[in-house]
Ligand binder design. Structure first.
Ligand SMILES: NC(=O)c1ccc[n+]([C@@H]2O[C@H](COP(=O)([O-])OP(=O)(O)OC[C@H]3O[C@@H](n4cnc5c(N)ncnc54)[C@H](O)[C@@H]3O)[C@@H](O)[C@H]2O)c1
Length: 302
């Protein structure tokens, strides 16, 4: 986190590695555009806040949205990651723990001061863990809940008025673990199920002005799970159990997020898009009795 002296008169949580902020007039011009900007049609000036944008899926999402012309605010607790990505996408690093509502509000206020608006929110910051249900400590459970659920809630609340004003869109990050349980991920599964529920509530309360959807990826290779994907035999096992016969990429997820923020999904709200290479399909979880009757190689991808 920046110290006061490093940051000058910039609030402590706000960094500007991507270069100069837009001048104050830029925000005024946006305001004067009236209807067009209010409906998100002024694509050149659209502003998105991506939490957890300093790594993995969030980083790829920042790159994808920048390539589409968005101005990007990267909210991450990791100073180095937020700065690196902000430099790359010419965005703004907001160093913030999404679990802290006051800091989230301050970060959102800073982003609005610089760009004059917020058109989209990607609630992507998340943490997980892997152990038996009864082995989690209360502090571990609390952290998973705080980042995934309270963090999503804090950002929704802080951005609500701005999203209503712009007629914006939200994508929350859930997981297939929130749709069906994954052994060893009990608190994470519960937290991601809560994110899906929160998505539906927000979609209902904020319609028709703001669309709110969520995405539930399967196994996506990122720093979060490199200890598994980086091991060749574990990776081959995961690929074999995936009908698409490969792990997901961060670009796969960024593409779905881009779609959910775009007018192409304009009639969708409150939905949870599962993108898992087909792992949730019932036939991929073969009944062991039936499975013993067939040659598994007959089903290998050609
Ligand atoms: N990788 C997968 O297989 C997978 C699958 C389903 C869902 N997800 C979800 O996707 C999201 C991104 O995961 P990833 O795999 O890219 O992980 P990652 O670890 O590469 O990135 C997560 C980012 O969130 C940031 N972060 C963590 N806690 C934070 C906090 N309190 N405040 C602000 N930032 C914080 C981290 O610093 C990091 O930059 C998470 O919500 C994760 O649960 C991942």
């Amino acid at each position: 986190m920046l110290s006061g002296s490093e940051a000058g008169d910039i609030p402590e949580h706000l960094d500007q590695p991507g270069g100069e902020y837009p001048d104050d007039n830029a925000a005024d011009e946006n305001d004067e555009n009236g209807e067009d900007t209010a409906k998100g049609e002024d694509t050149a000036n659209r502003v998105v806040l991506v939490t957890g944008g300093g790594s993995g899926i969030g980083e790829a999402t920042c790159r994808r949205l920048r390539a589409e012309g968005w101005n990007v605010g990267i909210a991450d607790r990791d100073v180095a990651g937020a700065r690196r990505v902000a430099n790359e996408v010419d965005g703004i690093a907001l160093v913030v723990d999404v679990g802290d509502p006051a800091r989230v509000e301050a970060a959102v206020a800073s982003l609005v001061r610089r760009f004059g608006r917020i058109d989209a929110l990607v609630n992507n910051a998340g943490v997980g863990n892997l152990k038996r249900l009864e082995e989690y400590t209360p502090a571990e459970v609390d952290l998973i809940w705080r980042v995934n659920v309270a963090g999503t809630y804090n950002c929704l609340r802080a951005c609500a008025a701005h999203l209503r004003e712009s007629g914006g869109a939200v994508v929350n990050m859930a997981s297939v673990s929130g749709v069906r349980p994954t052994q060893g991920e009990a608190p994470y599964s519960a937290a991601k199920a809560a994110v899906i529920a929160l998505t539906r509530s927000a979609a209902l309360e904020w319609a028709p002005s703001v669309r709110v959807n969520c995405v539930s990826p399967g196994f996506i290779r990122t720093p979060l799970n490199e200890m598994l994907a980086g091991d060749p035999s574990t990776r081959r096992g995961l690929e074999r159990r995936t009908p698409s016969r490969r792990l997901g990429s961060v670009e796969d997820v960024a593409g779905v997020i881009s779609f959910l923020l775009s007018p192409d999904s304009g009639y969708m709200t409150g939905q949870n898009l599962v993108m898992d290479g087909g792992t949730l399909l019932s036939s991929s979880q073969m009944d062991p009795v039936l499975g013993s009757l067939i040659d598994p190689d007959a089903f290998e991808a050609k």
